[in-house]
Design a binder for this molecule. Structure first.
Ligand SMILES: *[C@@H]1O[C@H](CO)[C@@H](O)[C@H](O)[C@H]1NC(C)=O
Length: 95
């Protein structure tokens, strides 16, 4: 009897743990950007631009711009000026 009870306890613990693990995974597997901006930012203010290709974490590619004052923005990748900014500011090792 007590053997069955402890097995049930183990099963409940296991279910709780695996649910927690799934929730952690879901938190990592998501887009970085909550909202994107489409208006331009003066290139004089841009410190760096990070391009994150689409993948299992996010169905769309994301561009995160860091301004020289430390503020970060997500850019709308369909904007032509954003394409230019990516080419100019993305960190590439093979230049
Ligand atoms: C980017 O801009 C286009 C055109 O204005 C718009 O249709 C699209 O929804 C925007 N993308 C995002 C992620 O907001």
């Amino acid at each position: 009897m007590s053997c069955l009870a402890s097995r049930t306890t183990l099963l409940v613990l296991f279910l709780l743990l695996s649910r927690g693990a799934l929730q952690n995974q879901a938190r990592e597997l998501r887009c970085q950007c909550v909202k994107v901006i489409s208006h331009g930012i003066s290139t004089a203010l841009i410190a760096s631009v990070d391009f994150i290709p689409e993948g299992p974490h996010c169905i769309r590619p994301e561009v995160i711009l860091t301004r020289k004052d430390g503020k970060q923005f997500c850019l709308n990748t369909t904007m032509p000026w954003v394409q230019r900014v990516i080419q100019r500011f993305s960190k590439r090792s093979n230049l």
